[in-house]
Every structure is written in structure tokens, then in C-alpha cells.
Design a binder for this molecule. Structure first.
Ligand SMILES: NC(=O)c1ccc[n+]([C@@H]2O[C@H](COP(=O)([O-])OP(=O)(O)OC[C@H]3O[C@@H](n4cnc5c(N)ncnc54)[C@H](OP(=O)(O)O)[C@@H]3O)[C@@H](O)[C@H]2O)c1
Length: 294
């Protein structure tokens, strides 16, 4: 199939592009300025080359400004616009040029449910949370579901922290432990939902190729562990001691502001819905994932 990717130059996108090509698909990438290896087209907030939409079968929408930079008022806008305005721009072109889209697949986040440390296990039937990232996810998914107007199948993958060798998130978790100064953040009881990059990429490929996958799905490993357990397993695999006192929550709040909730709180996420579609995790446990990542 001819597949257009936004965010195809990023961590998830570049791994996904390789896998799609291996599976015999043709990819086109929309990028703001970078030259990427595969056919690419530049875009900006109001313009896309119409050639992008010729004989197009589907779109995978991964573009989005990082959520790990400080959330100033203007950067919060960028986090939203880079996901929603871009989807709206694609919608305008599809409405005008009418390619026969079979699917529109969008990234979303497990932050949809909020960062809530409790025993509750969140499923796709749960309501979104009304904090900043929860509302970003709602707007992001609503922008994706507009493509049902063109009878396209819409899939949103509510993704937890992606563990990848070259991923910033994993490097940040690993580095202090590797240096022997790893410490839990806050009380360390917050859940830390994660998914291995290879599993996520396979989930996107399944969403492309399996037309029974339709709607929103949690993309998070079935093993649910908290921050403390995660750190202890990681330290053991790295053969490093883990003895530093916890970093108090107030210090994290002082440094990170509102964003500190991202690391101080966390929810349990249930992937059963995607497993019912036949998806099998290659890395269901952190032990298995770290064996590959380290
Ligand atoms: N990685 C994770 O742990 C994780 C977890 C949950 C959800 N997600 C979501 O999955 C998607 C892909 O994640 P990723 O880790 O691959 O991200 P990434 O490596 O940061 O790549 C994001 C892509 O978005 C594009 N982009 C960045 N800022 C933009 C802006 N202001 N306007 C338009 N495009 C912009 C960039 O493309 P160009 O520079 O080529 O234009 C880049 O390739 C993101 O939407 C992210 O929020 C990721």
C-alpha cells in the first residue's frame, strides 16, 4: 500500500518506516525540513504538496512536539498544534483531493487516562482525565476520528513510555543507575507503564494490515510495575548497586513544575483489547525487554 507518515523521521517513525518497507509497502514522509532517506515532502502549518495524496491508501500520523520540554504557555500550544492542526491540515487536503483512504492511524498517549497512582487498571472504556495531557489526547484523537467522514478506518494507539536503545526516555532512566547514583523519584510507588519499540512498531504494522483493528487501543506492555521495581530490575541488569535515598516530590516539582506529574505519578494500563485482536507481545516483561536493550 502507499502510506504517508507524519513524524516519519522520529524514534517510532524511522523504525516503522523500515518495517513497512520490509513488508512491501511504499512510504512517503512529511517532514518540516529534514532530508530523510525515503521519498519525503516538506510541509508547514498551512501547505502540503498535492502529489503526496496521489494513489494514497493510508496515513500514519506520528508528528508531535516533544512533551519533555518545559511546559510554558506557548510551548503547551505547540504540543497541541503540532498534533491537532497538522491532522486538520491533512483533513483539508483529503477533503479536497479525495484519495480513497483505507485508514488513518494516529499516535496517542496513555496520558489520556491521567497520571493516577492507584490500583485501578485503565481500559479503553475509561473516561479521559481532565489534566493538560489528558485534554491533548482527547483533541488529538478527535482530530483523527474526523477521517471517518471519508469512510477510513481510524485507529489511535494510546502509547506508554517507549523503551528503545536510542530513545531519550530510556537513556534518562538508565544513565543515573549506570553512574551508580540512581534514585527513585518521589515515593517510587507510581506505576511506570512502558512498551518496547519493536512491539509498538509491530502494533502499527498490524493496524495497517489487519482491518479488524478499529478504534482506540492501549499500547503498553502487559506487565505492570512501579517506578521502584523498574529501577531495581534495571540496576540488577546493569550490575549496579541501587542505594540512594528517594528524591523528594517537592524537589521534582520545584525543578519541573506542572510537568513533574509525568514522573511522580503513573497509571496501570491494560493492553487486553489489542491482545484480543491477536496481537502478541514479543517483550511482555521488563526482564525480556532489557535483555534486548542492554
Ligand atoms: N516515544 C514515546 O515514549 C511516546 C509515548 C507516547 C506517545 N508518543 C507519541 O508518538 C509520536 C511519535 O513519537 P516519537 O517518540 O517517535 O517522537 P520524536 O522522535 O520526537 O518524533 C516526533 C516527530 O514529530 C515531528 N515534529 C516534532 N515537532 C513538531 C512540530 N512542532 N510540528 C510538526 N511536527 C513536529 C518531527 O518530524 P520532523 O522533524 O521530520 O518534521 C519528529 O519526527 C509522538 O506524537 C509522541 O507524542 C511517543
Amino acid at each position: 500500500m502507499n502510506i504517508l507518515l507524519t513524524g516519519g523521521s522520529g524514534l517510532i517513525g524511522s523504525a516503522l518506516v523500515k518495517k513497512l518497507i520490509d513488508n512491501g509497502h511504499q512510504v512517503r514522509i512529511l517532514t518540516r525540513e529534514k532530508e530523510v532517506q525515503h521519498p519525503f515532502y516538506n510541509w508547514n502549518i498551512d501547505k502540503i504538496d498535492e502529489k503526496v495524496f496521489e494513489n494514497l491508501d493510508g496515513i500514519i500520523h506520528l508528528a508531535g512536539a516533544s512533551i519533555s520540554k518545559r511546559w510554558t504557555k506557548s510551548y503547551k500550544k505547540e504540543i497541541l498544534n503540532s498534533r491537532v492542526d497538522t491532522a486538520n491540515l491533512l483533513y483539508k487536503y483529503v477533503e479536497k483531493l479525495k484519495p480513497k483512504l483505507k485508514f488513518f492511524i494516529s499516535a496517542s498517549g496513555t496520558s489520556y487516562y491521567g497520571q493516577i497512582t492507584s490500583d485501578k487498571i485503565f481500559t479503553e472504556n475509561d473516561a479521559p482525565h481532565n489534566d493538560f495531557l489528558g485534554s491533548i489526547c482527547v483533541n488529538w484523537e478527535n482530530a483523527a476520528y474526523q477521517f471517518q467522514d471519508f469512510d477510513a478506518r481510524v485507529v489511535c494507539l494510546r502509547t506508554s513510555l517507549v523503551l528503545a536503545k536510542q530513545g531519550e526516555g530510556f537513556k534518562l532512566l538508565k544513565k543515573p543507575i549506570q553512574m551508580g547514583v540512581g534514585a527513585n523519584l518521589g515515593d517510587g510507588k507510581q506505576w511506570l507503564p512502558w512498551i518496547h519499540l519493536d512491539d509498538l512498531v509491530q502494533m502499527y504494522v498490524d493496524a495497517v494490515e489487519n482491518s479488524t483493528i478499529n478504534g482506540s487501543y492501549n499500547a503498553s506492555s502487559p506487565e505492570m510495575i512501579n517506578h521502584t521495581t523498574f529501577n531495581h530490575i534495571l540496576a540488577k541488569k546493569l550490575n549496579k548497586p541501587f542505594f540512594m535515598p528517594n528524591i523528594p516530590s517537592f524537589m521534582m516539582r520545584l525543578v519541573l513544575g506542572e510537568m513533574s506529574d509525568l514522573v511522580l505519578k503513573g497509571s496501570r494500563i491494560d493492553p487486553a483489547k489489542i491482545e484480543k485482536e491477536g496481537f502478541r507481545f514479543k517483550y511482555p516483561t521488563l526482564e525480556k525487554a532489557l535483555k534486548e536493550l542492554l
